[in-house]
Ligand binder design. Structure first.
Ligand SMILES: C[S@@+](CC[C@H](N)C(=O)[O-])C[C@H]1O[C@@H](n2cnc3c(N)ncnc32)[C@H](O)[C@@H]1O
Length: 218
């Protein structure tokens, strides 16, 4: 059974796990838009931070398809139910990833430093009071603290450590997260960026930003 992206009917669910939503679809559409580049990129190790239902990491593995034989996939989440659901979603599509219950990539710093060729992140980005960030269960899926940036700002330096020299980061942001400022911040760390996809829904304006090291001529 081979699809280009994960099939919603095969995506597992749990009341405490974030269901694929507009932001998840926008991220997968951005990956699809970049599919030929991703295939040419020949990633060896791909990673998702905050995998939720597994819709995105499964889609990434499927869209890389046959070309991705031998590619290793990793996915993390703080919500243990998310890892169970992701494992079911991956299995239903016949693909595999190593799943780790952790805060962002805690414990993986040494193992994966400089090795991640593609990182995908749909973080908790909704502006909320700071005390809502990192709560147990489904609330951790969206609570992003001030400007929705609390988790994003912790992810960026970790991504910088984990990404390989040719590594690409795809990050979902909301207009309220000040995406331009995120790009400038990453520029200071030596990253170029491009908005791969911009989508406005009734509720939010989403930007999927791709980052890569300026030293790597894409
Ligand atoms: C907006 S949801 C996205 C889920 C899925 N990637 C998707 O696109 O449908 C954010 C996910 O990040 C997880 N998360 C929140 N804080 C995290 C952290 N500090 N480390 C790892 N995962 C986290 C949540 O549990 C949730 O599953």
């Amino acid at each position: 059974m081979r699809f280009k992206t994960a099939q919603i009917r095969l995506v597992s669910s749990h009341p405490e796990v974030y269901e694929p939503c507009d932001d998840s679809f926008a991220l997968v559409d951005a990956l699809l838009a970049d599919r030929s580049k991703l295939i040419e990129h020949k990633p060896k190790l791909c990673m998702e931070v905050g995998c939720g239902s597994g819709y995105v990491i499964t889609s990434l593995a499927l869209l890389l398809g046959q070309e991705s034989n031998g590619v290793q996939y990793f996915a993390t989440d703080t919500n243990p139910y998310a890892l169970k659901v992701t494992s079911e979603t991956l299995e239903a599509h016949g693909v595999h990833a190593e799943l780790i219950s952790t805060d962002i990539a805690s414990g993986l710093e040494k193992r994966l430093a400089g090795l991640v060729d593609v990182m995908v992140v749909n973080p908790p980005y909704v502006p909320t009071p700071e005390y809502e960030v990192g709560r147990e269960g489904i609330a951790s899926a969206w609570a992003g603290g001030e400007d929705g940036r609390s988790v994003i700002d912790r992810i960026l330096p970790i991504a910088d450590n984990l990404l390989s020299d040719k590594g690409w980061l795809y990050l979902v942001t909301l207009a309220a997260n000040r995406p331009l400022q995120i790009c400038l911040q990453m520029r200071q760390k030596g990253y170029a960026s491009r908005i791969v996809l911009q989508r406005s829904t009734d509720e939010e304006s989403l930007h999927i930003i791709k980052f890569w090291r300026e030293s790597d001529t894409q």
